[in-house]
Design a protein around this ligand. Structure first.
Ligand SMILES: Cc1ncc(COP(=O)(O)O)c(C=O)c1O
Length: 409
C-alpha cells in the first residue's frame, strides 16, 4: 500500500464517520479489477468456461454475489453443507460443496428441501461417502454428487524417480482416488446407487494453484520445476479419468484449479470450469506468484495504542494468523506505514502487536496501521462487516458470514 492508497481509505472512512477499529475495508475497485484479471487469465480458447467462486476465500455473501453478477463467473464452491444450504436458500442456484461432509443434519435438511437438493452437489471420494449421503435421503430423491480425483503430484510415478521407495506426494492430502481406474470404480459405485445422481468431477491441484512460485532461493526453483512437471502430469491423468467416467455417465461439470493455476487448468480440454476465490481479495500470499499480480483488495486497520519507545508503536490486536504450516509467511503483512516490522519475540500478538522501524516513530496514539491478511477469507471470521470503498468514498457496508451469525468453520 502506498501513501495515496492509505490516505484514500482513511479519508473515505473519516467522511463516512467510521472511526472504530479494527476495521476491514474492501476496495471494490480492486475487487472488480481482480475479477476481470481472473477472467483475462483464462487460456486462449477457454473463454467460455466459467469461474466457480470459492466462497471460503471470501466469506462475505455480498462479495460472492458481486462476483457471480459478473460475466464469466457461475456457481459457488462452498466449504460446508450448512453453508451450501444457507446459500441455496438465499438464492444461489448452483453450489458444489468442495469438501466431503459428515454433517448428517445438514445433508438431511438439503435432501428434504427440493429446491436446495437440486441446487447443491456433495463431494465424495470413497464408497463410505456415497453410503453416508445415500443414507441421509429418506424419500429416495437422489442427491447430486461430485467425485474428487486426487490431483497431488507423485514424484516417484515419474520415470526418473520410479525407484524411490514409498510414495512421495506433493500437494494436499485429499482424495484416495489417485488413478483414473480408481475414480472410474468409484463412479460405478455411485451410479449403482439410485439415491445418488453423479453430476461432476473435481480435482484441485493445490501444489500448483496454492503454492507461490516467486523467489530466488533454491527452494523456489524446485517449486517451479515441480509445478511445471505437475501441470503436465495432471493434464494427462485428469483427461483419462474424465474420459473413463464420461463413458459411464453424463457429467455436468469438471472442476479444477484455483487462483494460482487459472491459465493451465482452464487450458485442459477435460476441464469445464475453474474454481477461484483468493484472487478476488488478493491476500498477502497471493502477491507472491510470478504469473499474475492481483490488486490488494481487503485491508484491515488497527489502532496504535501505545509507544513503548521512540521507534516502536504498538497496535491493539493484529495477531490474525493464517492457517497452514506455521511460518513467517502466515503472518499478516504490515502494509502501511511502510518499513514496519514485527518484534522477533512477539510477532503478531493476541491483543497487542509491537511494530518497530522508521515508520513507527511518526505514529501517534489512535493512528491507523494497515494490515493485509496472508490468506483470503479467514480474516472475515474476525470481522462483523467489511466497509466497502470505491474511489474516495464508502459506498456500502457488507456483513461477513460471521456478521450474519454464520461461523461455518
Ligand atoms: C477444492 C478447492 N478448489 C479451489 C481452491 C482454490 O481457491 P482459491 O482460488 O481461493 O485459492 C481451493 C482452495 O483451497 C480448494 O480447496
Amino acid at each position: 500500500m502506498d501513501s495515496a492508497a492509505a490516505a484514500r481509505l482513511a479519508t473515505a472512512l473519516e467522511q463516512a464517520g467510521i472511526a472504530s477499529r479494527p476495521v476491514g475495508v474492501l476496495d471494490l475497485d480492486a475487487f472488480d479489477a481482480n475479477a476481470q484479471s481472473l477472467r483475462d487469465r483464462m487460456a486462449p480458447g477457454a473463454e467460455h468456461k466459467p469461474i466457480r467462486v470459492a466462497s471460503k476465500s471470501l466469506r462475505v455473501r455480498r462479495a460472492v454475489e458481486r462476483a457471480l453478477g459478473r460475466e464469466g463467473f457461475a456457481g459457488v464452491l462452498a466449504f460446508t453443507a450448512a453453508e451450501a444450504l444457507w446459500l441455496a436458500r438465499g438464492g444461489v442456484d448452483d453450489v458444489v460443496i468442495g469438501y466431503p461432509t459428515a454433517d448428517a443434519e445438514s445433508v438431511r435438511s438439503i435432501a428434504e428441501d427440493e429446491q436446495a437438493r437440486e441446487r447443491i452437489a456433495f463431494m465424495a471420494d470413497s464408497p463410505e461417502h456415497l453410503r453416508f449421503l445415500a443414507g441421509c435421503t429418506r424419500d429416495g430423491a437422489p442427491l447430486r454428487v461430485c467425485l474428487e480425483l486426487d490431483a497431488s503430484f507423485r514424484l516417484n510415478s515419474q520415470r526418473l524417480l520410479a525407484r524411490l521407495p514409498g510414495s512421495l506426494a506433493v500437494g494436499a492430502l485429499r482424495s484416495p482416488c489417485h488413478t483414473p481406474e480408481s475414480l472410474e470404480q468409484l463412479a460405478r459405485e455411485a451410479l449403482a446407487e439410485p439415491r445418488l445422481h453423479l453430476v461432476g468431477i473435481m480435482a484441485y491441484e493445490s501444489q500448483v494453484a496454492g503454492v507461490y512460485d516467486s523467489g530466488r532461493s533454491p527452494r523456489a526453483a524446485v517449486i517451479r520445476a515441480m509445478q511445471k512437471a505437475s501441470r503436465r502430469e495432471i493434464a494427462e491423468r485428469r483427461a483419462e479419468a474424465v474420459a473413463r467416467v464420461r463413458a459411464l455417465a453424463d457429467l455436468e461439470f469438471v472442476n479444477g484449479g484455483g487462483t494460482g493455476s487459472v491459465e493451465s487448468t482452464s487450458a485442459e480440454d477435460a476441464v469445464t470450469e475453474v474454481a477461484a476465490g483468493s484472487g478476488l481479495f488478493a491476500p498477502g500470499l497471493f502477491s507472491r506468484y510470478r504469473g499474475f499480480r492481483p490488486q490488494p483488495a481487503l485491508h484491515v486497520a488497527f489502532d496504535v495504542v501505545r509507544r513503548p519507545s521512540a521507534r516502536v508503536a504498538t497496535v491493539l490486536g493484529g495477531g490474525w494468523i493464517a492457517s497452514g504450516v506455521p511460518a513467517a509467511d502466515r503472518l499478516p503483512a504490515v502494509e502501511w506505514p511502510q518499513g514496519l516490522s514485527y518484534a522477533r519475540d512477539e510477532a503478531a500478538g493476541e491483543v497487542q502487536t509491537p511494530l518497530s522501524g522508521e515508520g513507527a516513530s511518526r505514529l501517534k496514539l489512535g493512528d491507523a496501521v494497515w494490515f493485509r491478511h496472508a490468506k483470503a477469507g479467514e480474516v472475515c471470521e474476525r470481522l462483523n462487516e467489511v466497509v466497502v470503498v470505491s474511489g474516495n468514498a464508502v459506498v456500502d457496508r457488507w456483513p461477513t458470514y460471521r456478521g450474519e451469525g454464520k461461523a461455518f468453520l
